[in-house]
Every structure is written in structure tokens, then in C-alpha cells.
Design a protein around this ligand. Structure first.
Ligand code: FES
Length: 604
């Protein structure tokens, strides 16, 4: 007997007199064969080869984005998370179907993971848009993956539920806790300064990432996890539960359950990620002393929303920062690790503390407002909680942790994480520039004993903006020249048009715009010996040359770039590299591709 002999009734999907008009389940987004009934018929032919029944195929379909990669240890728990998320979907009457997108880790992508963020966002957007999904769980964690998935999700605007892989636990070296990646950088700096030897740095290397998961400090991954929760896109515990905890798997199961509910009401990302949600996310970003990278990512995500272009701006970060103190005592601004934040109450405790500064009417993924989520909480503060998550009247740092600087050197803005400065006298400082034209120049000369540099110099690194070294690499933490490091200098004022890791600290000005690769960039014409002023209180970044000199240098440089054929070369370059160079916008717009912004490329 064949299966067909068992079929009691003809399947009405093949009734040619009834048009297929459904926008849900397997019937949505049919492949274009010019005959919708045949398209559905064929789709069922192939999916049934996997053994699915008509009953299974009639359920809400929940896609699960699988970003497992052998090159991405931050995502090593994907198999368990997928299993738990599927359990949540299927216990609630949905059908879970996983599919891959690209996966990007910080340390394995050349020239930098950020180069691939926009590609991953396009992959995510188009896979969600083109497949018959009623909702989609996007599993990410490592720095660029969550922003890419939010960018793709908000553009596709189908129900999307982020699920974060979660932070690793800290390790231990000689009785002291250490963890990726603030301590990677601190210890490397100590090694460069010959404060620790090669045996010790080798031993430390073994302990910095003692479990799988994302970096265990308030770096970009943790920041984006907190910001995603603040946007209302996921359960609050999902921001901080350790990667290797059972709590993390329960969050995955809950996400699966939420996905079925969200699919039924078709709650879309553009309804959740509104202006109010972004204001909350930026408030959280300031309160956690979050990564400077989050500024770029949030701008990219906001600019994908048709109603938010020009509403959420770089200045929004500055305005919110002025009324939001730094409350979280986590590295790199403080001393602790993400598991401490989680045990202290995590995002729930933080949002309860920040309540007077929040937009409580903002919608969350479950349909509750943020105010309703907080009202339903029974959380009470306790001594550990207040050590890690300070009250508003006893902050770790009273002013903005992330500040926006402007001036003739950065007419379109620059970012500084003031809270991570190691020498606060440098926050108001004037000194002579020592210029490196690009990372190769930096590598060649930074440790040259004859480099004309003192602790008062201002180190300048050009050529690492979105176009200059495509992807804006995290080279903004310019190393202290070895001869100064060996004499005990721990911090200097450092400026670049690139980014730095969210786990790094120092008096570092980043994202200077327009970047030096653009012919009109004032940053591109800085010369060694020019005096530069950083004035945090005045939010000012100034090159001490007259307007006439500045304009003359810009004109001269435009001519040189033209003669060298640099600009013509950019127009001709092939492949993704060429697409990137021609389409990426500047840091203040999110370093996204201009054609991916909600309203497409602007005229300028
Ligand atoms: Fe993946 Fe730090 S390397 S989060």
C-alpha cells in the first residue's frame, strides 16, 4: 500500500479553483514558476523528502539561524542552543527549521570582522525575506554577529527573535581573575613594557578564554547583548547568562516559545525597535560604559528603519550621555566580569535602577511594554548587586561614558570613551602630533628608538576608517611606543578614524569623520608637529592651524590623490572589496552600505 492510498481526502492546496493567497507558513513567498499551485506542490515534494507530515507543515514555521563555525568559538554552543530553541518551538505548536548564514569571529577575519558585518546582514536579511518563515530566531553572540542580525532583521521586517550565545566565564592566573579580552590587552601591554616575561605571557594565554562563549567583559559582544535586551528584542536574562549555564539553555527554550507567539501576532522588528526603544538602548549603553563600537552598530540599525533615519543621530548619544552616569563596575571601565553582572541581577537590576531615565512605553518582544516588564518584577537589590550595579546616586563615573567630540579635525564627529581613560588629565590636553599614515607605517615606526615622541605627544593613526582599511579595523588602541612604555607611561592621547575593541581602554578618540581616506578629510592633512587639542568638557577636537592653512592642505591633498589615481582605482575594484569601498558610509551613519539604509543612498 502506498502513502497515497492512505490519504482520505484530496489536498485542497492543489485545488486549482482556489487561489493561494496565504502570507503565512509554507504558502508564503512561493518560488516564481508562474503557477502558484505548482510552486507549492513542488515545495512540498522537496520538504517531504525530509520526512515532514502535512500536520507538521501546517504549523507556524520558525526559522532558526545557525551561525555555528569551527572558526567561531564564541558560537560553539550553537548545537545545544538550537536543540533547546527547537524544544521551545515545538512544545508550543510550531515547526522549527534551522538554516545557516555566515558566521564571523573577531580574530579570524581579515582584514577585520567589521568588513564582513554588512555582508552578514545582507545574508541574514535575504535568507529571512526569501524563505517561508513566520518568525525567525537569530542566534549570534560574537561582536559583529548580533548587529548584523539586527540590521538584517529590521530590514526584512519579519518577526525576529535574537538569541545570544552568552559570555564566557573568567579564568585565573596566579590567584587573580583574568578574562578576554581587557586582560588580553593589559597583559600584552605589560609584556611589551617588559613587566612580565615570555613564560608568564604564555601561561596567561592559556587562561584568558577558559570556557567557550563571548568575551567576558563589557566589550562589544556583551554591550550588544545588553543593548538588544534594552531594545526590547529578547528576555532580559538573555543579555548576561553565562554561555555554559543551564540558564542559557532555558532562555533558548523560552525564545522558541516566544517565537511561536510572536509569529501568530506577526509582531515585527520595526514595531519593537522604535525611537523609544533606541533611546532606552542608548541610555543602557551609557550606563554600562559600553563599547564605542555599539555607537556605529546602533546607527546602522536605526538607519535601516524608515521612520528613524535622521531621528536617532550621533548627537542623541551625547544628549543621553549628559544625563546618564556610568553605573556598571565591569572591565574595561571597572573591575568585574559579565558573570558578576549576571549574578548581581543583570539587565533587570540595571533597568530598575535606570527606571527614571527610561521610556517605559517602549514595546518588547512579548507584547508587554518595558514598564509592564519592570512592574512585574520581584527583584530586590542586595549588597553584591549594588557593588556591581551602582545606584544612580553613587555612580562609578558621574558623566557620560561615551562622548561625541567635534571640531575642525572632526566636523562630522568622533567618539571617545571617557570612562575608560587611564590618565584623566589627558581628557583635556594639548600636544604635538606624531602621525602614522596607516597601520603598516605604525608597525614599522612605533617602537623606533628615534621616534620623536614624548608622553605629551598625540599619537595619530590615519587610514583605518571604513574605506581606508576596509572595515575600520580595531587598531585605534595605538600601542604606547616601547621606549615610553618601558619608562612607565601607561596612557597617551591617541586619535584615529578607526575603531577599537570594546574591551580596550585608554584616552582614545575614534571614528573621526570624515575619515582620512576621503579627499575632503581634515584628519587626512594632519602633520607631525601640529598641535592638537582634546577638550572633553567642551566636547572639542581641534587642530591648531588656521582655516587658510587647513583648506590649502586639503586642496593640495585632493590633487595628490587624483594624480596618484587612488580615487579612480576605487571605482574599478572588483568583488566584495570593490562593493565595500564604493558603498560604505561613514562611521556616524553606521558604516553600513548606503544602498541598505531604509531610504537607499542619499544624494551626497
Ligand atoms: Fe567573540 Fe570577543 S571574540 S566576543
Amino acid at each position: 500500500m502506498t502513502q497515497d492510498d492512505d490519504t482520505p481526502h484530496p489536498n485542497k492546496d492543489y485545488d486549482l479553483s482556489t487561489p493561494i493567497s496565504s502570507t503565512s507558513g509554507l504558502r508564503q513567498g512561493l518560488t516564481s514558476y508562474g503557477d502558484s499551485h505548482f510552486s507549492l506542490f513542488l515545495r512540498k515534494v522537496f520538504i517531504k523528502s525530509l520526512g515532514y507530515s502535512e500536520d507538521a507543515l501546517s504549523r507556524p514555521i520558525i526559522g532558526i539561524v545557525n551561525t555555528f563555525s569551527g572558526f567561531n568559538p564564541c558560537h560553539a554552543t550553537l548545537p545545544q542552543l538550537i536543540e533547546a530553541a527547537k524544544r521551545g518551538v515545538q512544545l508550543n505548536g510550531g515547526l522549527a527549521i534551522e538554516f545557516p548564514t555566515i558566521s564571523v569571529h573577531e580574530s579570524f577575519s581579515y582584514p577585520t570582522s567589521m568588513f564582513l558585518r554588512n555582508l552578514m546582514s545582507m545574508d541574514t536579511e535575504e535568507m529571512i525575506r526569501s524563505h517561508p518563515l513566520d518568525a525567525c530566531i537569530t542566534i549570534g553572540g560574537c561582536d559583529k554577529t548580533v548587529p548584523a542580525q539586527l540590521m538584517g532583521g529590521i530590514s526584512a521586517n519579519k518577526p525576529v527573535l535574537p538569541l545570544i550565545t552568552g559570555p564566557m566565564l573568567p579564568g585565573s592566573h596566579r590567584g587573580k581573575r583574568i578574562g578576554a579580552c581587557t586582560d588580553c590587552r593589559n597583559n600584552w601591554a605589560a609584556f611589551r613594557a617588559q613587566e612580565i616575561d615570555i613564560e608568564e605571557i604564555s601561561a596567561i594565554n592559556d587562561e584568558l578564554a577558559p570556557t567557550i562563549g563571548t568575551c567576558g567583559v563589557m566589550g562589544t559582544a556583551s554591550t550588544m547583548a545588553c543593548v538588544t535586551a534594552a531594545l526590547g528584542m529578547m528576555p532580559l536574562r538573555g543579555a548576561s547568562a553565562p554561555a555554559v549555564s543551564s540558564a542559557r539553555l532555558r532562555i533558548a527554550e523560552e525564545t522558541g516559545a516566544n517565537a511561536v507567539s510572536v509569529a501568530k501576532v506577526k509582531r515585527k522588528p520595526q514595531e519593537i525597535m522604535t525611537e523609544a526603544s533606541f533611546l532606552n538602548a542608548i541610555t543602557v549603553l551609557q550606563a554600562i560604559g559600553g563599547s564605542t563600537n555599539a555607537v556605529v552598530h546602533l546607527m546602522a540599525i536605526a538607519n535601516r528603519h524608515p521612520a528613524l533615519q535622521g531621528v536617532i543621530k550621533l548627537q542623541t548619544f551625547e544628549e543621553i550621555g549628559r544625563k546618564t552616569p556610568l553605573l556598571i563596575d565591569l572591565k574595561p571601565s571597572g573591575e568585574n566580569y559579565m558573570n558578576d553582572f549576571h549574578y548581581a541581577g543583570g539587565m533587570l537590576a540595571l533597568l530598575l535602577t535606570l527606571r527614571p531615565l527610561l521610556e517605559l512605553s517602549a514595546m518588547t518582544i512579548t507584547g508587554q511594554t518595558l514598564g509592564e516588564v519592570l512592574d512585574a518584577s520581584t527583584f530586590r537589590t542586595f549588597p553584591l548587586s549594588q557593588q556591581i550595579i551602582r545606584p544612580l546616586n553613587n555612580p562609578l563615573y558621574p558623566d557620560s561614558s561615551l562622548t561625541v567630540l567635534r571640531g575642525n579635525l572632526a566636523p562630522n564627529g568622533a567618539i571617545m570613551k571617557a570612562s575608560a581613560s587611564k590618565d584623566r588629565s589627558l581628557l583635556s590636553h594639548t600636544g604635538p602630533a606624531v602621525v602614522f599614515e596607516n597601520t603598516a607605517d605604525l608597525a614599522t615606526r612605533i617602537d623606533d628608538p628615534d621616534l620623536p615622541v614624548t608622553k605629551d605627544s598625540v599619537l595619530i593613526l590615519k587610514g583605518i576608517g571604513p574605506i581606508g582599511n576596509p572595515g575600520m579595523p580595531e587598531a585605534g588602541l595605538i600601542p604606547i611606543p616601547r621606549k615610553l612604555a618601558e619608562s612607565g607611561v601607561k596612557d597617551m592621547l591617541r586619535l584615529s578614524d578607526g575603531r577599537m575593541s570594546g574591551t580596550a581602554g585608554g584616552t582614545i578618540v575614534l571614528h573621526i569623520s570624515p575619515e582620512s581616506a576621503l579627499p575632503e578629510s581634515p584628519f587626512g592633512i594632519v602633520e607631525t608637529g601640529d598641535l592638537i587639542t582634546c577638550d572633553l568638557a567642551g566636547r572639542r577636537l581641534h587642530l591648531d592651524v588656521s582655516d587658510d592653512v587647513l583648506n590649502a592642505r586639503v586642496e593640495q591633498r585632493k590633487q595628490t590623490l587624483e594624480e596618484q589615481g587612488v580615487l579612480a582605482q576605487r571605482k574599478r575594484r572588483r568583488g566584495y572589496f570593490g562593493l565595500y569601498e564604493r558603498s560604505v558610509n561613514q562611521a556616524q551613519d553606521g558604516a553600513d552600505f548606503d544602498f541598505l539604509a531604509a531610504n537607499g543612498p542619499s544624494d551626497d
